[in-house]
Design a protein around this ligand. Structure first.
Ligand code: ADP
Ligand code: TZD
Ligand code: MG
Length: 584
């Protein structure tokens, strides 16, 4: 841990130690600061100037998972933050490595996931004079608009404070991404070990409970009690909050039906009698009072207006959120409840337990019958066992896998592969569905899969469009290297949305298609994992079961009809199309 003074040639800035004193340096102080705050894992891509930081962290007992690309390490850190409520740490080199990690940092901030991107950086004196240092870049300035907070530490004695500030910024209030800039010189700065130890900060109560005001709760209860067709919408903030029992009690004791957003699926099982997930359109359109719990009225909820929400003026919104400025972001919130979800839901429950008449039965019956009709309509499509598979028949098989293995974690990205899986695969436990989130970003797949396996030790099923997988596919090597229990299923329809596009000039492949009949399973075999090619739902189910039973890294190439998908999956309406296309 510490080094003797006589072994140190140059003693740099900071408290200049006595010759015989025990010493520590920037490397060790960063590691000690993280460990002191219960951070055990770093998602990393090594190189100048942080190679030794990763190495030493591993030697000091931290788990250091090295990736092939920083974006995937960053996505891993972000989802580790979502799963654990502790900031996930991504460690990168300067300029290009930092930039590669930045997409993940921005995505984490957008999704309210706590993470800290720690990047090494070049010498300030040279960077600021733009004299062309190795990997020169003013990283702090570039990171600032893309994250919740950004800090730089120049002196070893400030590392403790720097790490503490980063942790607090990431997890308190609305969680998000934080950037921590550590210039190369910092790491080898040597200071007296006892001074160093005293400079570390253990962050007490990093995300303090934020109690709602009693008046806000009373107002919300009044609105809720006056509802004839109440609805609860659970968002990923509710999943993040880990107030699972309270959320469940709120739904069950109020008897109010709920719709889960994608990553809130499983907070209550999707098969719960009060789930209106399969009657989503009716629930949104016909409800009169909507209680949002950790869900924003962004594009995913049509901004709270338009035909999704029925007649103008037919809706009153109550919103629980830790971020006061979220209120009225899109439409008027008649009862804002600002606080952490656990405290807010408990407070509402107290009120409901005192005086509550239940949800009107005709409303429940409307939703129940709609839900059953939709489920019945879908059922035959999920049962076909023919080749080539379409999305429904392949997902029918995976739906059964998750039903039989409810503690597995489902990672999901793509277009059709995403939208249809979200509707078809029921989830049974909280925080088991991890997907493209608020941005609908491709490339989260392998980073999320690695972190899900590392953080939870549970089996992971990653259901990936063939395009989506390509954004992070090289990390199959990482999955094999760490022998993680990850089973990747590629829905291989030869392209983006469909595999049937052509170049009208006949010169090149169409812009959305890939090599036909490719065999992604061979990629896994290249690194010692198991590769399987399947063409029917039965084969798919058997292959996934085998992978999950063995825990071996597996990639299943699932051959899907290239004509089966639709443009942009469920969000074709957001994809502008030219009306002036030349007739072919
Ligand atoms: P979804 O995409 O599932 O609809 P969003 O990401 O839009 O969910 O919304 C999540 C919301 O949850 C954010 O507005 C965020 O501020 C809020 N949030 C996150 N954690 C908490 C918490 N512990 N307590 C209250 N609100 C939270
Ligand atoms: N780049 C990034 C970072 N995010 C994106 N969302 C896109 C590009 C655009 N995009 C989508 O929105 S979905 C998608 C892309 C490229 C891939 C869809 O193809 P797929 O899924 O093979 O993954 P399906 O099943 O063929 O529809
Ligand atoms: Mg595809």
């Amino acid at each position: 841990m510490t080094v003797q003074a006589q072994n140190i040639d140059a003693i740099t800035a900071g408290a200049v130690p006595h010759e015989e004193a025990e010493l520590t340096d920037g490397f060790h102080l960063v590691i000690d600061a993280l460990k002191l705050n219960g951070i055990e894992t770093i998602y990393n891509v090594p190189g100048i100037p942080i190679t030794d930081l990763g190495r030493l962290a591993q030697a000091e007992g931290m788990r250091v998972i090295s990736f092939r690309h920083e974006q995937n390490a960053g996505n891993a850190a972000a989802i580790a933050g979502f799963l654990t409520k502790k900031p996930g740490i991504c460690l990168t080199v300067s300029a290009p490595g930092f930039l590669n990690g930045l997409t993940a940092l921005a995505n984490a901030t957008t999704n309210c996931f706590p993470m800290i991107l720690i990047s090494g950086s070049s010498e300030r004196e040279i960077v600021d004079l733009q004299q062309g240092d190795y990997e020169e870049m003013d990283q702090l300035a570039i990171a600032k608009p893309l994250c919740k907070a950004a800090f730089r530490v120049l002196h070893a004695a400030d590392i403790g404070i720097g790490v503490a500030r980063a942790i607090r910024a990431a997890v308190s209030g609305r969680p998000g991404g934080v950037y921590l800039d550590l210039p190369a010189k910092l790491f080898s700065q040597v200071i007296d070990a006892s001074v160093g130890a005293k400079s570390l900060v253990k962050v007490i109560d990093a995300a303090p409970a934020q109690l709602p005001a009693p008046a806000a709760i009373a107002r919300a209860l009044d609105v809720l009690k006056s509802a004839e067709r109440p609805l609860i919408i659970l968002g990923k903030g509710a999943a993040y909050a880990q107030a699972d029992e309270a959320v469940r009690a709120l739904v069950e004791e109020s008897g109010i039906p709920y719709v889960p957003m994608s990553m809130a699926k499983g907070l209550l099982p999707d098969t719960h009698p009060l789930s209106a997930g399969a009657a989503r359109s009716t629930a949104l359109k016909d409800s009169d009072v909507v209680l949002l719990v950790g869900a924003r009225l962004n594009w995913l909820l049509s901004h709270g207006k338009g035909k999704t929400w029925g007649e103008p003026g037919s809706k009153r919104f109550i919103q629980i959120d830790i971020e006061p400025r979220e209120m009225d972001s899109n439409v008027e919130i008649v009862a804002p409840v600002v606080g952490d979800i656990g405290s807010c839901v408990e407070a509402l429950l107290d009120g409901i337990r005192k005086d509550w008449k239940g949800a009107p039965s005709n409303w429940l019956e409307t939703l129940r019958s709609k839900r059953e009709a939709n489920i019945a309509k879908m059922a035959p499509k999920l049962m076909k066992n023919t080749a080539p598979m379409d999305f429904h028949s392949a997902l029918g098989a995976l739906r059964t896998v998750i039903k039989e293995r409810p503690d597995a974690i489902l990672v999901n990205e793509g277009a059709n592969t995403l939208d249809l899986a979200r509707g078809i695969i029921d989830m049974y436990q909280p925080r088991k569905r991890l997907d493209v989130g608020t941005w609908g970003v491709m490339g989260i797949g392998m980073g999320f899969a690695v972190a899900a396996a590392v953080e939870t030790g549970k089996p992971v099923l990653a259901v990936e469009g063939d395009s989506a997988f390509g954004f992070s596919g090289m990390e199959v090597e990482t999955i094999c290297r760490y022998e993680l229990p990850v089973c990747i299923v590629i829905f291989n329809n030869n392209g983006i949305y469909r595999g049937t596009d052509i170049d009208p000039t006949g010169r090149d492949p169409g812009t959305t298609v890939f090599v036909k009949d490719s065999r992604y399973d061979k990629m896994m075999e290249a690194f010692g994992g198991v590769g399987v090619n399947v063409t029917t739902p039965d084969e798919l189910k058997r292959a996934v079961d085998a992978a999950m039973d063995s825990g071996k890294p597996t990639l299943i190439n699932a051959v899907i009809d290239p004509a089966a998908g639709s443009e942009s999956g469920n969000i074709g309406s957001l994809n502008p199309q030219s009306t002036l296309k030349k007739k072919q």
